[in-house]
Design a protein around this ligand. Structure first.
Ligand SMILES: C[S@@+](CC[C@H](N)C(=O)[O-])C[C@H]1O[C@@H](n2cnc3c(N)ncnc32)[C@H](O)[C@@H]1O
Length: 229
């Protein structure tokens, strides 16, 4: 059986039925490449317990062609600067927030999963300028013009209402601030391909970002929108 080729922890992690010790309902199925033939996962992977996600992220990302280091690469993608206030939407266990923290004035991670936020807080005690908040991209709990950088890593494709999330992102960005959507390149729905990345850049321009571009550093597709001065 082909599934035997995958390491056991990965198989266990994708068995959504085992997360939290009881069977859970699967809302959707991953459709990235051959992985979908072997595993089913669902939003409960993020909502119920952050530990499986945290443990399996790099193994899963290696298997499906995502860059397992994407969290740590954020400082390079986002061109951070010491006065910056930054926001990670869909921060998960908070690794990108911690990578950014030493380089900026304040780093905030937001995730709709309380379990993710809890584990992110536990792992970030030593950072005085870091905060984690439970909330959704579609209704950001921050005042207008709060952040110089907003990014979302392998999470944009999960947003229920991307139009609302993009509008909210533009609202909380400061003049000349940047929004980065970081996704793997995929033909499936769990990422972007060249064409959908270009369409996303067009959407960003259409709602008020003055510039939007697509780049592909480190095996990631990055769509960057720049807010008006
Ligand atoms: C695939 S995980 C990625 C987590 C982290 N960015 C990483 O790369 O390890 C997606 C995360 O996005 C969060 N998420 C999905 N939709 C969201 C939304 N609309 N608002 C806030 N968080 C969201 C999920 O709870 C989950 O923690």
């Amino acid at each position: 059986m082909r599934s035997k080729a995958f390491p056991d922890p990965v198989r266990r992690g994708f068995d959504a039925g085992r997360i939290g010790g009881r069977r859970r309902h699967c809302d959707w199925t991953v459709t990235c490449g051959h992985l979908a033939k072997h595993f089913r996962w669902d939003e409960n992977l993020f909502m119920a317990d952050a530990a499986p996600w945290s443990r399996l992220r790099s193994e899963i990302y290696s298997l499906i062609g995502r860059n397992p280091k994407s969290n740590r690469l954020v400082p390079a993608f986002a061109e951070l600067d010491s006065p910056h206030h930054v926001l990670d939407i869909g921060c998960g266990p908070g690794a990108a927030v911690r990578a950014a923290a030493p380089l900026v004035a304040a780093a905030v991670g937001l995730d709709r999963s309380e379990a993710m936020v809890e584990i992110a807080r536990r792992r970030s005690h030593e950072f005085a300028n870091v905060e984690f908040v439970v909330g959704g991209a579609e209704q950001l709990p921050f005042p207008d013009a709060s952040f110089d950088r907003v990014w979302t890593i392998h999470a944009f494709h999960h947003w229920e209402d991307q139009a609302a999330g993009i509008a909210e992102t533009l609202r909380v960005l400061r003049p000349n601030g940047r929004f980065l959507v970081i996704e793997s390149e995929t033909r499936g729905s769990h990422g972007l391909n060249r064409a959908s990345a270009v369409r996303l850049a067009e959407r960003l321009r259409a709602v008020g970002f003055v510039e939007a571009s697509v780049t592909k550093p480190h095996r990631q597709l990055v769509v960057t929108g720049v807010a008006a001065e």
